[in-house]
Design a binder for this molecule. Structure first.
Ligand code: NAP
Length: 273
């Protein structure tokens, strides 16, 4: 299988390690290349890639820009408005969002079922959209999205939040109110090299039953350290990263893979294997 990742700058991507790990685990012979494409050349490269690849992942800043080149979208990719996995069939590209699937499987792995519960999502970027869509689809009763500056949140995100019945609040409002069943960090706050800081206080964390941090470097952020100490069910972004990789392989291979594949891969990545 000829696979890869397209993006503008791919320097330290973990994707080749993830997919090579999965190839070895599944006994598949495949290649996974990093393909950097300057923005002005996207229109020339995507049709060419559709002619020679079996599939590819898509990262920043092309998760939305790739859509006009595709023949179809999965329902969740269409609802989120972003694609991170393309499967090529008969020379045509079909787009999926496996961040959504990876997040959903992360919830399952820690037994945090959002159905009928409330959730708080920190951040208003692309990752937050995939998380909100997943929580909404899985029946979350009430979603609050937390921003540093409410006036700066763009109209497109506001419309997306409205369509999902999500309220946009500030960190001050979150700190003043109570916790939630589930707290998800979809911001880079706490990520290396700025580890050791948390986007929310220990007071908020103590009132949450489950905490997912999309960050995977460091493996335990300050937010997750507090959550673990307060006894919450926790997951870091490595499990989501491994799960979105495994979900992409399922799409490319056209078959279901063992459920323990992603947790085992996340553990190997955490050990640097
Ligand atoms: P992004 O667009 O750069 O940032 C998301 C949002 O975070 C921003 O819209 C901003 O919202 C808020 N933010 C930015 N810098 C912040 C800071 N210093 N402190 C507090 N809030 C800040 O990123 P993204 O692509 O959505 O990704 C978000 C995080 O998820 C990143 O850490 C990324 O690495 C991670 N991620 C992980 C996976 C995985 O598989 N594990 C997949 C996708 C993304 P406001 O301005 O409204 O506050």
């Amino acid at each position: 299988m000829k696979l890869g990742l397209i993006g503008e700058t791919l320097g330290h991507s973990l994707s080749p390690a993830i997919h090579q790990n999965l190839f070895a685990q599944l006994g598949i012979s495949g290649t996974y290349d990093l393909i950097e494409i300057p923005r002005e050349d996207l229109g020339e490269h995507i049709p060419r890639l559709l002619g020679v690849m079996d599939g590819f992942n898509v990262t920043i800043p092309y998760k939305t820009d790739v859509i006009p080149f595709l023949a179809g979208l999965s329902p969740e990719a269409a609802r989120i408005g972003a694609v991170n996995t393309v499967a090529v069939r008969d020379g045509k590209g079909y787009g999926y969002n496996t961040d959504y699937l990876g997040f959903s499987r992360t919830l399952d792995a820690i037994g945090a079922d959002p159905d009928g519960r409330d959730a708080v999502v920190l951040g208003t970027g692309g990752a937050a959209r995939a998380v909100i869509q997943c929580l909404f689809d899985r029946g979350a009763a009430y979603i609050r999205v937390v921003t540093r500056k409410r006036e700066a949140v763009g109209g497109v995100f506001r419309d997306f939040a409205d369509a999902h019945g999500a309220d946009i609040i500030t960190y001050g409002e979150l700190e003043a109110g109570c916790g939630a069943f589930l707290l998800v960090n979809a911001t880079p706050c706490g990520m290396s090299p700025h580890a050791g800081v948390s986007p929310v206080s220990e007071r908020v964390v103590r009132k949450c039953h489950a905490v997912v941090d999309l960050i995977y470097n460091p493996a335990e952020t300050e937010l997750l350290r507090m959550a673990r100490e307060s006894g919450a069910d926790c997951a870091n972004g490595l499990l989501m990263l491994a799960s979105q990789g495994a979900a992409a392989e399922e799409i490319w291979l056209g078959r279901e893979l063992p459920a323990d594949l992603a947790p085992q891969l996340a553990a190997r990545l955490e050990q640097g294997a």
